[in-house]
Structure formats: C-alpha cells, structure tokens
Design a protein around this ligand. Sequence first.
Ligand SMILES: [Zn+2]
Length: 572
Amino acid sequence: MPTALRRAGALCVALVALAACRAEPPIDAADTIYVGGDIVTVNDAQPSAEALAVKDGKIVAVGPRAEVEKGHRGSATKVVDLAGKALLPSFIDAHGHYISALTVPNQVKLYAPPVGPGSDPDAIVAAIERFRVERKVPKGELIQAYGYDENAMPSGRLLNRDDLDKAFPDNPVIVGHVSMHGGVLNSLALKQFGFSAATKTPPAGVIVRKPGTDEPYGLIMETAYLPVFSALPKPTAEQEATFSTAAQGLYAEAGVTLAHEGATHAGDLALMQRAAAAGANIIDVVAHPFMTDLETILAANPAGGWGKYDRHLKIGGVKITADGSPQGRTAFFTTPYLTGGPAGEKNWRGEPTMPQDMLNQLVKRTYDMNVPLLVHVNGDATIDMFLEAYEFARAGDYSRPWNVTTIHTQFLRKDQLAKFVKYGIRPSFYTLHTFYFAATHKANRGAEQAAYISPMRDAIDAGLRPTNHTDFYVAPMDQMFMMWSAVNRVSREGEVVGPDQRITPMEALKSQTIWAAEQYDEQDRRGSLEPGKIADLVILDRNPLEVEPMAIKDIKVLETIKEGRTIYPSAP
Ligand SMILES: [Zn+2]
C-alpha cells in the first residue's frame, strides 16, 4: 500500500465519524490532463481513450474522462481541451543522420522539386549563388549544399565541376548527393580534398572522370568520398550547443522526440557529449558508433555504459554499412543493373563495402560485445552476405537474444524473410523511395523488383515488427509523409508501387512509434500512451487513422511535448 494511502487510512481510524474518510483514495494530482479529442494510444490493449493525465513528465493515467479526472484532477491541474485534435505518442526516428542536421541551417537545400529547387544544373547553381550572396560568404570559404538528386533531372544533363567552376571560381563548393554517400565538387574543392587525375579510384569507390581524360569531373561517391566526409568542417566549440538545440528544434517541429545519429564518428560523439553536458538537448538522441571508429569510441566509452541515457544522449549500439544505394547504383545485387554502373561499367551488380570475411568479423565483434547492431543493407546480395555473417557470429548458438536491425533493407527478396523471422532480425524500411525513386528503381532493376521495395506487408504478415525511417537528411524529415508513403506507396509520377505491400495506417503508425521503441530497447519507456511511460506526445490537427489515406500527408503537427513540456511550438 502506498504511504499516502496508509496515512489516510490511519487518519480515518482516528476520525471514524467523518464520512469523507470512508473509501475515497486521495487525489494523485496531475500536472496536465488532456481531454476533448482523439487519444490514439498505439496500445492494442486500450487503443483509444477519453483522457490522459501527465505528472512529473510521465503518463499517470489513460482512460475514461470521469475516472481520470476523479483520480488526478487537483486544484492546480491544467486541463487541456484538444478541441477535436488528435493526441498520439510522439514519433521515434528509426534511422537518420542527426549530426548532419547540425549543419543544415548553414547549407544550401537542393532537394528535387517539389521539396527543393534541384531540377537541373542551372537551377542548382542559381540556388547556391543566392545563398552565397545572402550569407555574404567570403572568398575562399567552403560552400556546402545537400540533397542533390541526379535521378530527378528531366533533361538528363547532370551537374559537373565545370558548371560550378564557372559560377564559383573563388570558393570551394561541395554539392552533397541525396544518398549522403557522395557529392559533386568543383575544382577548388577537388584540390582541397586531394583529388587529381593521378588519384586512383579505391575499391567500392566512384570518381567520375571528365570524358576522354583522367581528370575528376566532380562526382565522387562511396569509399572515395569517405575522406571528404570525415574532413568536412565541424561547428566551433561555441556553436556546438546552439546548433544542437537548433537541429533538435527541426525534429520537434516534425513531432519527433528521439533523433537517431546513424553513423557516429568519434569526433561527432565527443561533440554530442559536450553539447549534452552543456544542457543543449531538448529531445533524446541515440548514437550508433560507425564501424570505422568503433575501437576509438570504445576506448573512451566502454560498452558497459552503452544503452543508458546521460542528459538525453545514449549510445545505442554499433552501425555497420555493408553496401551503397540502389539509386546511386552502388547497392550490391545478385543480378546486374539494367542500366550498367555509375561510371559506365557493363554487367554491373554493384559492390559490397567490404569482403565477406571482414563483414563476418565485424558482426561477430558486435555480437561478442552484446550490444544492439544496425547494419545498412540495400541490395539482395548484401542481405545474403549479412545473413551469412549473422550465422557466422552466432556459430550455431541462438540462446541469447540479440537486438539486430537491418537499415533500408530495400531490395529484400521474399525468400530472405524466413531467416529474418527465424533469427528475430528486425527490418527497418525506407518506403519514401516508393515516392522519390520509383522511376529510377524501375529503370535500374526492372518493374518487378522495383514494386517489391521495402515490402512492409510481407514482413508484417510474416510476424515481424518492422520500423520505417526518413534517413534524414537524405529525405526531408516529415513523419506524416513517410506514413503516407507506407500506406499508399504512390510514386512521384502518381503510380501505385507494389499495391500488395501497402500497410494499414495503424501499422504505419506502429512502425514509427512502438516498434521503433523496440528497436532501441525502449518499449517499456516510450512508443505508446500507457501509465508509467514518459509523456512524449504529439498533437496532430487530424487523426491519421480516421482521415482518407491519401490525406495523411496533409496532416499537420500542432504541438510536440517532451516529458510533459511543450518543445514545439516553443513554450510560451
Ligand atoms: Zn542513413
């Protein structure tokens, strides 16, 4: 019996004549009670409720309004009338690149229409020029852009270094590829990062050459781009905290209260730890150390401390990248691309990031550390390689549970699902590709494979609980648009891509709430609205389970609440 109740009982014995003491439990006064709208709990045992009470950052009651108010409405309790709006658990970012979000406010946004201006090289150059003038970028300073998507250029003319050199002779320029696995560099940037006609293309790398010469033509991808990626300028010490809070504001605006840093380098983690110590975090951030930096990070952060939040930052597990992207034709398949390789290769199947042996060792290393694993796999041949590495790591012993998620998993073959089920491996899918890249995948891989990308229906029917992600900032962070894409699978061209893989709005919602919580071992803490869980909530203007499915993308985030406190729009 709680102490308060015991005391009340004792009091009643003493004052037995007072009727008020009879059986009334004392009120456990909440800070806030939400009523008057659709409360979507994402809890199968109690899918909806009339009222939800929050106290000290946690949910204390979910149920009928009269009951919740009777038990939790004190004199200081604020009662919020949702006025017909919908209250849901806030969204969980199942995979993205938080650290890159820190630089977004200082980069040129070049997503393809309708989200950005990147329809052709001229439009891209014009957008960068506007940025240069507006921001008064001095000569010599690096200009960065993001979201370049050569697949969305109707003219077929692609951006190269000559376009950039003509417009920006005095500034190094890097136009980041939408896959985040590469970029187009102008001559000054190529020089700054050490690329020349003499540079050999590394294994699993791409350096596009100017036709008829060995001169780099601008586009650098995959392993050839990794040194550029790690040498990109980082925020200064003073900027770290303010940039962190500003970046987290972007997540809050999208209704997200857990951000994922999906390939964390040692320097990035140190930055995130400094920002956390400075009190910059307004949401939770989960970092997955990248395979290249694993040992360095472990030396400073022993695995025993992983999986626990410290000032809203936790290390979630290890991230391995096993291939590239299907739109960049760097994902590794069992059959050739219909369009050849990115540098004109014939009979091209893509390439794995590393040989089987090395993948086996890395996966085993993570298994031995007994921490969760996220592994980037896109092509079906890479998924085969990963399953082999998984079996190698476990060496026949499946007694210990192991939390493993495959990231993207786009070209999963149906016959591969059985092993996911057998081993309890969770696929995280990327249904936004059904909108952004349907035509590209169809050209590269044929209609049948393109229609089967991110097969959420089959995965759920097989008994899996997949998650879905934006890969921000590869795609814009728009959780309702992502949900819309999983439910409708409608392409940019208006075609339904693999109608038999569409899922219900509730399943789509679970893939970005409770199932995503499971991915981070946090299903007891968040992901649904249940007493005892943290009060991480989002208020939407309409209930995504009730609107016409094609209208899901138009639903607006009105308010985001982190542990009982409004973080978007900023608290009054
Ligand atoms: Zn990613």
